[in-house]
Design a protein around this ligand. Structure first.
Ligand SMILES: Nc1ncnc2c1ncn2[C@@H]1O[C@H](COP(=O)(O)OP(=O)(O)OP(=O)(O)O)[C@@H](O)[C@H]1O
Length: 833
């Protein structure tokens, strides 16, 4: 074939027949490449089938330095596939695995087992890789590794990108990370502080019509290279729930699930257009009697055991090809449902301790592993069958290698011919050829690292007042056309105008009904064979589980996905340039639709996101480069520190000076320290997005309030969206009894509330005055660094843009605010300010 191609090389550059010959040759190579691709995929899949779609490995942890110093007797010995456990001086028990990794096995050796399934993932199969085992046996070490010796996740991700770059197709990758903590899903890319955990969980598991699992509201970030994922992964890992236990000073108290989803729309031979690789660091199984855990640790241990048991049930049912697979018994198995089944590849690494004192736990873990691979044990009973299988696998391995090498040759030849063609025609047709041959999926691919929120798109709003069981599922939404799926289950962009899209915040109501004490009997033979969801509210003071520093998912999403998150009424905000759209006046819109993973990471890693907790509600703010506010007319703004804000409605004491902000007519009232860049966060939607419910909350509030002070906006309005609003600000109340606060300007903090397209300070306003503001806005934010206790007043701002002439006055009076931002000025002018 290649010889033939070579003959098509022509000497004369403008020879048209020659060009067409090359094009024909390219087309035929294209077809050939496709066939080879199919051939390789089939061979690999068959190979993995023979190996087993659910494979179980065992890794024995080495003795740790302190264990060697103490008395620690080894109870395990192994060969490549068998593990021998000494359960008494004269009694050994044998366990079989697909492979046993002894204490000296390296991370590379362990990783070599997952390489074939990574290929399989690129072929469109769902993959699930688990680390299971007693707490402290090295699950996190295997999955995450240490910086000098990375584990399966980083290695796997690197391999995915490498293999994808060598493939004939262009892939689109997204990255998500979540943990399941006591039966509740937590987005690890959206760190939350302990305090904020009192809020409802907001991720909900849904199944689309094709059986694919989707997690609504889970942040999913488009990524294009390993470095991006690595940083996201590190970020997510830092947010895991960790606590010190007797067995492990840094014990993971949850299941950590890392997901890479791969989409390739122009590769019909792939099994699925979009598929996923889940890499799961399971929480450590514990014998609660032995750990003597109490309080929160006990609850965590129970939750972990229950869900591990449910996972065991599912794997066992799959292995035995049972009609009923009990996926619903735990959140873990619900999330992984579409990746734990016939078409998927599952690898389970069971970790055990080498210590004698851990013998009981080791037996439990090995029992779990044995049940998980029961089918293989049966098939291994016959040595002949086993030998036959080995031979077949060797043949397949050989075929795969040959086909892959042929693929590379063809690719090289295509490249050569393309170069030739470019010389002849003066036009690089390589892209064209690929497009013609559908080899490269170019449609809709943007490797820009932009952040994407799958779950926020394309959903029809549901009324939060409906009970969950009455709300449309993803299937029903698809039937009614409100969610569009491609033939393979990829959700396509909704044609619903963005205004009508349901904001992700509205989903909050449909989330996780805490399945407290919902017990389902397991047939897996464990004492803890029930799956229970735990509400995380109200845990006692023994909670020393570490949480990440505090921002909420909504807050982050509002920054990352302002379009998806905001309501038609809410203001447009941009992440970096800090300019906003106000009451229809578009000052500047930058990065309206796209924010980059880099930006977000930067904010996250530098801790530049801050929140205020106000009566259980949160305000979000992003610092800007200028951190000082000079407020010359202090009597016109509120100053109070975080503690005061929190106590604001509870006590009448404090030192808050409040002034009716309605008195602030323009920016003249608030002079800023040359603050040029400012960002006011988009507080989450406070209303449902249905136009008919788009009522004036201020009016409602004013009517309902009737002079009486109320704390909580959600109570005031009873608008469904409010209830789910995690960042709305409390209080219409104005406490005139508070003495003025003159000191410590650096701790100043302004409460904000959003309504319509406005943000404005609420504490100082009577509700009826809110309506007077109409389209106008006063945006004043500053933050107190709650987490670190510093008095950094790092967000500031500004702007009182009242309608009509007042707005003009603002501009005229304070042109310097805009001078250095001509673009803003122009936009403002355009907007008829
Ligand atoms: N193969 C190994 N080589 C060297 N050190 C290891 C190995 N496996 C585990 N360790 C060490 O053992 C300790 C416990 O490991 P790790 O935290 O990974 O356990 P775990 O199973 O994830 O625990 P938990 O379930 O409590 O989170 C760590 O200090 C880790 O570095």
């Amino acid at each position: 074939m290649f010889e033939k191609m070579k003959h098509t090389d022509c000497e004369e550059s403008n020879n048209n027949p020659c060009v067409s010959k090359i094009q024909d040759a390219l087309a035929s190579l294209d077809v050939q490449l496709k066939e080879l691709s199919i051939q390789r995929r089939r061979a690999l899949n068959y190979f993995l089938d023979l190996k087993g779609n659910i494979r179980v490995f065992c890794r024995v942890r080495p003795f740790l330095p302190d264990e060697i110093r103490g008395y620690a007797r080894r109870v395990l010995t192994s060969d490549t596939t068998k593990l021998f456990l000494r359960i008494a001086d004269d009694k050994n028990k044998q366990y079989s695995f697909d492979k046993v990794f002894h204490p000296q096995s390296t991370q590379e050796e362990v990783f070599s087992e997952i390489e074939p399934v990574i290929k399989s993932a690129l072929d469109g199969y769902n993959v699930c890789i688990f680390a299971y085992g007693q707490t402290g046996t090295g699950k996190t070490y295997s999955m995450e590794g240490v910086p000098s010796n990375p584990g399966l996740v980083p290695r796997g991700i690197r391999a995915i990108f490498e293999q994808a770059s060598e493939s004939n197709y262009a892939f689109q990758f997204t990255f998500s990370m979540l943990e399941i903590y006591m039966g509740t899903l937590r987005d690890l890319l959206v760190p939350q502080s302990t305090k904020q955990r009192v809020h409802k969980a907001c991720l909900s598991i849904q199944m689309n019509s094709l059986g694919g699992i989707e997690i609504e509201n889970l942040v999913s970030i488009k990524v294009s290279n390993f470095e991006q994922v690595k940083r996201l992964y590190n970020l997510g890992s830092r947010s895991r729930s960790i606590a010190s236990t007797k067995s492990n000073s840094k014990s993971s108290r949850s299941h950590c699930l890392t997901c890479i989803s791969l989409t390739c729309s122009a590769a019909p031979e792939r099994q699925k257009e979009t598929n996923k690789i889940w890499m799961v660091d399971l929480g450590g199984s514990e014998r609660l009697l032995k750990t003597q855990a109490t309080g929160r640790r006990l609850e965590e241990g129970k939750a972990i055991n229950l869900s591990l048991s449910a996972l065991g049930d599912v794997i066992s049912a799959l292995q035995h090809k049972k009609n009923h697979v009990p996926y619903r018994n735990s959140k873990l198995t619900q999330v992984l449902r579409d990746s734990l089944g016939s078409d998927s590849k599952t690898l389970m690494f069971v970790h055990v301790s080498p210590k004698e004192e851990d013998l009981c736990e080791t037996i439990c873990s090995l029992g779990f592993a044995t049940r998980a691979r029961s089918i293989h044990l049966e098939s291994e009973k016959s040595p002949e069958l086993q030998a036959k299988r080995e031979v077949e696998m060797a043949k397949l391995q050989q075929t795969i290698t040959e086909v892959e090498s042929e693929q590379k040759d063809v690719q090289r030849e295509i490249g050569r011919l393309n170069e030739r063609l470019a010389l002849l025609t003066g036009f690089d047709q390589s892209n064209d050829v690929h497009a013609k041959g559908s080899l490269i999926a170019t449609e809709d691919l943007h490797f820009t690292g932009e952040v994407d929120l799958h779950s926020a798109k394309g959903f029809k709003r549901t009324s939060p007042s409906l009970p969950r069981f009455m709300k449309p599922t993803i299937c029903s939404k698809q039937k009614t056309g409100s969610v569009h799926l491609s033939s393979t289950g990829t959700r396509k962009k909704s044609s619903i105008p963005s205004k009508m899209k349901r904001s992700a915040s509205v989903y909050a109501e449909s989330i996780t009904s805490q399945a407290k004490d919902a017990a389902c009997l397991s047939d897996y033979g464990s004492d803890f064979s029930m799956s229970t969801g735990y509400a995380i509210q109200g845990h006692g003071a023994d909670d020393d589980t570490e949480w990440s520093q505090g921002t909420s998912e909504y807050e982050i999403k509002q920054v990352i996905f302002p379009d998806q998150e905001k309501s038609p009424r809410s203001s447009t905000t941009s992440l970096h340039d800090g300019c906003f759209n106000n009451g229809g006046i578009q000052v500047k819109e930058i990065n309206k639709n796209k924010h980059f993973a880099e930006d977000w990471l930067h904010l996250q890693t530098t801790g530049q996101t801050r929140t205020h907790n106000v009566g259980g509600k949160r305000i979000f703010a992003i610092p800007v480069d200028k951190r000082n506010i000079m407020c010359k007319q202090q009597n016109r703004v509120i100053y109070c520190n975080q503690a005061e804000i929190q106590n604001f409605s509870k006590t009448n004491s404090g030192s808050t000076k409040k002034t009716n902000l309605n008195d602030v007519d323009s920016l003249e009232s608030i002079e800023l320290d040359e603050a040029r860049r400012f960002i006011v966060c988009s507080l989450t939607d406070m209303e449902d997005t249905q136009p008919d419910q788009n009522q004036d909350h201020d009016q409602v509030a004013a009517e309902r309030k009737g002079g009486q002070e109320q704390e909580d906006l959600t109570v005031l309005t009873e608008t469904p969206g409010f209830r789910e609003n995690p960042v709305s600000v409390d209080s219409y109340g104005e406490d005139r009894s508070r003495p003025e606060r003159q000191d410590n300007k650096e701790e100043s903090c302004m409460l904000l509330r959003t309504t319509r397209r406005s943000l404005f300070a609420t504490h100082a306003l009577q509700p009826d005055q809110h309506t007077d503001l109409k389209e106008s806005v006063i945006r004043i934010t500053s933050c107190h660094d709650e987490e670190q206790g510093t008095n950094g007043l790092f967000l500031k701002t500004i702007q009182s843009l009242k309608c009509g002439s007042t707005s003009k006055q603002v501009l005229q009076a304070q042109p310097h605010l805009f001078q250095q931002q001509p673009e803003e000025l122009q936009l403002a002018k355009k907007a008829n300010l």
